[in-house]
Design a protein around this ligand. Structure first.
Ligand code: ZN
Length: 303
């Protein structure tokens, strides 16, 4: 396993972690100042400053992306809505290309309208079918422009509003169905290539899964290519007080971070560990400088 204790070479910052404190251009400057080599920005943060301006700033600072957040939300109330979702995912892919992202992260969506409290239907299998079709259509364009798609399974507590893909196994089943191994592609090249369709593994969503080790191994030892495209870290607090915005700083909760990273690395993952903390009552209220410095210190000590 790689030694993270001496530096923060493999730390990436998901920029939602300090979204309440700073705009994205300031976040990039603060990361550059601290030697953080990669970020994963959100579309709204990019749009607020301007896509071209952010692309230029990334080039000037030498900061890379570990992913781009996010595409997805495929299910909709009607055909027009589903078409609009496909167009929006295309735009997200184009932005990801402009920013030179290694993958576009997909939060796939679920019951349309549920996020605003008014679900248009309640059939989650229908939502899963629409997700299947939406990813299939998006994958065609993503392949043309060479932008890998990373499905992020979300904790089942978010199954109604945000994602009807809730385990790593379910995400990998869909990957195998939509992006099957081609004949002749052997395991010898498995760790050297990224694939068209893979997964973003966020420990907050999957740490509890009894099949986690087994499925991480499956993702890495895919007969085609390694499907592990991104790795997101934070911690699970006890008690958790909010279903979305009460993530903990690494080391403050119950997730065995080093154990999970060991599984990731045994499966061939060599990318960044991306710190992604949504914290309404704690970290979003602290000075951004303190948040970043704490992320670096914890990354060295407990990730
Ligand atoms: Zn995540």
């Amino acid at each position: 396993m790689r030694d993270f204790s001496q530096d923060h070479h493999w730390l990436s910052l998901n920029t939602a972690t300090v979204r309440k404190q700073w705009s994205l251009d300031r976040i990039i400057d603060e990361c550059a100042r601290r030697g953080i080599r990669a970020i994963s920005p959100w579309r709204d943060q990019v749009a607020a400053v301007g896509l071209e301006s952010i692309a230029r700033q990334l080039r000037d600072t030498g900061i890379a992306l570990s992913g781009y957040c996010r595409g997805g939300f495929f299910p909709a109330a009607d055909a027009a809505g589903r078409q609009e979702a496909l167009l929006d995912n295309r735009r997200a892919i184009d932005e990801a290309k402009t920013l030179n992202a290694p993958c576009l992260v997909l939060v796939v969506g679920s019951l349309p309208g549920a996020l605003s409290g008014q679900p248009h239907y309640t059939d989650i299998s229908r939502a899963r079918a629409e997700v299947h079709d939406g990813i299939a259509a998006t994958l065609e364009y993503a392949r043309q422009v060479n932008m890998p798609l990373a499905i992020e399974p979300l904790h089942p507590m978010q199954a109604a509003e945000r994602a009807c893909i809730n385990t790593l196994e379910q995400a990998l089943d869909l990957c195998d169905e939509l992006d099957p191994p081609a004949p002749g592609e052997g395991a010898a090249t498995a760790h050297e290539q990224s694939c068209d369709l893979g997964v973003a593994l966020d420990i907050y969503h999957v740490w509890w899964d009894p099949k986690l080790a087994q499925q991480i191994s499956r993702a890495g030892n895919n007969p085609k290519k390694n499907r592990l495209l991104a790795y997101h870290v934070c911690d699970w607090l006890t008690p958790t007080r909010d279903l979305l915005n009460d993530r903990g700083m690494m080391g403050d909760g119950v997730v065995e971070l080093k154990k999970i990273r060991a599984w990731m690395e045994q499966a061939g993952y060599r990318g960044y560990s991306e710190v992604e903390i949504f914290s309404e009552t704690n970290w979003w209220r602290r000075p951004g400088e303190e948040v970043l410095d704490t992320c670096i210190e914890r990354h060295c000590r407990v990730v």
